[in-house]
Design a protein around this ligand. Structure first.
Ligand SMILES: Cc1cc2nc3c(=O)[nH]c(=O)nc-3n(C[C@H](O)[C@H](O)[C@H](O)COP(=O)(O)O)c2cc1C
Length: 511
């Protein structure tokens, strides 16, 4: 049983690779007018508008990791929290087109991730299961019960694969999972600001589907299905969560009336990777890392975060910024890792182009004590593994100018060479997937979380990041000397000094 699921996952991963001479299967033509709707409504569900005010705007970026008293569970604080993790942050306009951006980035700005809330005894909000409607910053009450003893808020996530598959074809499942990781990190930051300590629940996919009503197949007849991802407890006075819904309301809207293509392999890999998030009971070690004093408001960093569409190709990143960014990627180095308490399995390989005091070249920073020797055994023998920092586990592999290589590897995208640092996120791969095929999702979540930390750390000091989901997988592996699937690169990232496009105007998120 497990064997066939493992085989499905590994086969999916192999066939969804981009190669220098062949992209993974995707649509031959794109009808931009027929892009699936980025917002799903639950027609007939009662809507509650959420307050838009951010209740934590006085906290600075460097104060973010400090422990603070939990804010009361009320509709105002929930509204503030949701804006900071999955809410809209702006509308953009150019040449008659208008598009929105959110606190969490998404591959192609397609936003497959849907947010759910389960609430009980929250001041100002009836108990129930709600869908978060990002467009209006409102909750749609999908289900409720007349008997709830518990008090708490739980957050659920699902993915609508078609939103990504419409544009990216078979590789889209990976992007949905990376997006999920970005959303988890965004939740972690927003929760830290409100003094809440979210925890991922070890529920299997069927239980997540049941709690969120995603298994009510007749409700989804004729519309795009939602894949259960995970539920987090945000605040609760009770181990269990309410799921004995007695009343249901609403019908999900159709997102794409005329889907042109079908990518059945996505549903196959989704089925093969269903499973529980492994519950671990470990505390996150705090690394000896430096924390640059930074008075900028954390809220501002979160709401102003954008992906750079172009970098200037010349700015040199200060050494302190580089170090702070790397330190925050280590377990415990950022409040984000409070929700990710198991051993780190994704490790950054850095292509340093322009960093003060660091020779251009290829570097690696194993994020766990055990990873260094296994990476060393798997990587190219000729790599030097020279310690490159007195405090961080950073090693120089080879001194070289890697700008052109970075661009080629990242599907020829200029952002990978014009940035100051590009990065490949290398996952421990075959062993975790053989042990539990659901790990395929969790490795992508971890990579997405790393990307999100990079992006916000950069944003806080005036730099900017961009996720790069398009890369040539096995060309990466060749550069690193990886000859099997003990490790695989699953995400790229770029950080640099962004060039803004003055033709694009910015409008407020909600007005
Ligand atoms: C998983 C993932 C993959 C991405 N891949 C690319 C990429 O290959 N090239 C690129 O220019 N941007 C890429 N992006 C950036 C998105 O295009 C960007 O997040 C989206 O347009 C929304 O804009 P925002 O991040 O400013 O909110 C990626 C983002 C994510 C989360």
């Amino acid at each position: 049983m497990n064997d066939s699921r493992v085989a499905t996952v590994l086969a999916y991963h192999a066939r969804s690779k981009h190669a220098l001479d062949r992209y993974a299967a995707g649509p031959g033509t794109l009808d931009w007018e027929a892009q699936p709707n980025a917002f799903r409504d639950w027609t007939g569900a009662e809507q509650t508008a959420l307050p838009r005010e951010i209740t934590v705007s006085d906290i600075s970026w460097s104060a973010l990791p400090a422990t603070r008293a939990a804010l009361p569970l009320n509709i105002a604080n929930l509204g503030s929290f949701l804006r900071l993790c999955v809410g809209l942050t702006a509308w953009k306009e150019y040449g008659g087109s208008r598009w929105s951006l959110r606190a969490n980035p998404s591959s192609g700005n397609l936003h497959p991730t849907e947010t759910w809330l389960i609430t009980a005894n929250v001041t100002g909000l009836e108990a129930g299961l709600y869908h978060y409607q990002n467009l209006h910053h409102a909750l749609e009450r999908r289900a409720w019960t007349n008997t709830t003893q518990v008090t708490g808020v739980w957050l659920g996530f699902s993915s609508i694969h078609w939103r990504e598959a419409w544009k990216y074809g078979e590789r889209a499942f990976r992007y949905c999972q990376l997006d999920m990781g970005h959303a988890l990190a965004a939740v972690s930051y927003a929760a830290a600001l409100h003094g809440w300590k979210p925890r991922l629940l070890g529920l299997d996919s069927a239980a997540v589907a049941q709690c969120l009503g995603l298994d009510r197949e007749h409700d989804f007849e004729g519309v795009e299905h939602e894949e259960p991802e995970v539920i987090l407890v945000l605040v609760a006075d009770h181990a269990g969560l309410p799921d004995n819904w007695q009343h249901w309301a609403g019908k999900p809207s159709l997102l794409d009336a005329r889907p042109l293509y079908q990518w059945p392999v996505i549903e196959e890999v989704a089925a093969a990777t269903r499973g529980a998030f492994p519950a671990v009971d470990a505390s996150v070690p705090i690394p000896a890392c430096l924390q640059i004093e930074n008075d900028i408001s954390a809220t501002q960093v979160i709401l102003k975060r954008r992906s750079a569409q172009a970098f200037d190709g010349r700015s040199v990143m200060p050494h302190s910024v580089f170090k702070q960014m790397l330190a925050s990627l280590l377990p415990g180095g950022s409040p984000v890792w409070n929700i990710w308490t198991h051993t780190a399995r994704v490790h950054p390989v850095l292509l340093v182009h322009r960093v003060e005091g660091i020779a251009p070249g290829l570097y690696v920073m194993p994020r766990s004590a055990v990873a260094k020797s296994s990476l060393q055994a798997a990587f190219r023998e000729s790599f030097s593994w020279q310690p490159a920092d007195s405090e961080l586990p950073l090693f120089e592999l080879v001194a070289a100018r890697t700008g052109k290589t970075a661009r080629t590897l990242s599907c020829h995208q200029d952002i990978a060479t014009d940035c100051a640092v590009a990065c490949m996120l290398v996952a421990e791969f075959a062993a975790p997937i053989v042990a539990a095929p659901a790990a395929y999702r969790h490795l992508h979540w971890e990579a997405g979380m790393l990307g999100h930390v990079i992006t916000l750390e950069a944003e806080a000091v005036g730099w900017r990041g961009t996720g790069i989901g398009c890369f040539f997988d096995d060309a990466d592996h060749e550069v690193l000397g990886l000859q099997d699937d003990r490790f695989q690169v699953i995400y790229h990232y770029a950080v640099g000094m962004a060039l803004d496009d003055p033709r694009i105007s910015t409008l407020p998120a909600y007005e």
